[in-house]
Design a protein around this ligand. Structure first.
Ligand SMILES: [Zn+2]
Length: 334
């Protein structure tokens, strides 16, 4: 008898706690979940807003016509910001078909060859004949307006490299790289670089951001595994640092082990990242980062629209989709 009443009492307490939790949860959800009128506006804007793909590579098997069709299909009005993934591609062939919609960056293919030949040391060696040849090529390309900036400079991917034999860690402030940043500055160009969020690399990019204040430095993949808090602190300290969010979408990179580093899926986004993007709406851009034929451009761009952009306020989503890129990469109105 005593036992039964005790059980009733305990069950009632459990029920009460459950109810309290339920009330709290539904209150929290109504705060956290969309309640403002802009949500449906954001969803429909996100579905159709023009996109600037600021991390668009050329890679094996991709033809200019195919790329143009993929961009048209997805209302990607501009693409570029990085280079071909290696040697043997002619960006000018793509410019012929895409015109000013394509804004290729310089140095990526040459650095690929340099790394293969001499490893990380070669990338940081200011006396290397390959480096001297690279600088001459880049100066000519800038002058002929064949490139508008430099990238993707793969400088620190020792934790994030997706391919065996591709990992390296180079000082972001190496003398050779500083010569490249200075060249970009001279031509009002940008620099897009891939670095993991190691504290020493962060310290180095911050010192470069101060030394080359007119160069927009775009942190590819927002430093690959950086937390929203770390990214926010770095961006807040330097007005010329930017983040692009490619590769941090499950549509691009489905590896379950990397799930914690993803910014968005096709139908959800990390709330901490959304908060940082809304707090610094001028500093984020989007990209595809596709370098093999087995990844669908439509799926990757689709997930940017439905997963990320649809969860931003209308003003922020326009900035992230294309307005920031137009300003930072000096893209022409189509
Ligand atoms: Zn890339």
């Amino acid at each position: 008898m005593k036992h039964q009443s005790l059980m009733r009492h305990l069950n009632a307490r459990r029920l009460y706690r459950g109810l309290t939790l339920g009330v709290l949860l539904s209150t929290w959800l109504s705060v956290a979940a969309p309640a403002h009128a802009s949500d449906s506006e954001s969803a429909s804007l996100a579905a159709g807003v023009p996109i600037a793909d600021v991390h668009m590579h050329l890679y094996r098997g991709l033809t200019p016509d195919e790329l143009r069709a993929a961009m048209d299909r997805n209302n990607v009005r501009w693409g570029g910001g990085v280079g071909p993934v290696g040697p043997g591609y002619d960006p000018l062939e793509f410019s012929k078909v895409l015109g000013a919609r394509y804004f290729p960056a310089g140095a990526q293919a040459q650095q690929f060859v340099m790394f293969q030949a001499g490893g990380a040391n070669e990338l940081a060696n200011v006396d290397s004949p390959r480096f001297k040849a690279l600088m001459e090529q880049l100066a000519g390309q800038f002058e002929r307006k064949e490139i508008s900036g430099l990238g993707e400079l793969v400088l620190n991917n020792h934790r994030s490299s997706a391919m065996p034999g591709f990992a390296r860690k180079v000082r972001i402030d190496a003398e050779s790289l500083q010569a490249m940043y200075a060249l970009a500055q001279k031509h009002q160009g940008y620099v897009q670089l891939h670095m993991d969020d190691d504290p020493d690399s962060i310290e180095q990019i911050e010192s470069m951001a101060r030394r080359y204040p007119d160069v927009p430095f775009i942190l590819a993949h927002c430093m690959t595994r950086a937390s929203a808090q770390v990214a926010r602190a770095v961006l807040e300290r330097h007005a010329n640092l930017y983040c692009e969010t490619s590769y941090r979408s499950t549509a691009r990179n489905g590896a379950p082990g990397l799930r914690p580093y993803m910014i968005h899926t096709a139908d959800s986004a990390d709330s901490a990242w959304l908060a940082v993007i809304e707090a610094l709406p001028e500093r984020f851009m989007v990209g595809s980062d596709i370098y093999t034929k087995d990844v669908s451009y439509d799926a990757v761009i689709g997930a940017i629209r439905s997963g990320l952009l649809a969860r931003l306020s209308p003003a922020t989503l326009r900035k992230v989709a294309h307005e920031n890129a137009q300003r930072v990469f000096r893209l022409p109105q189509p």
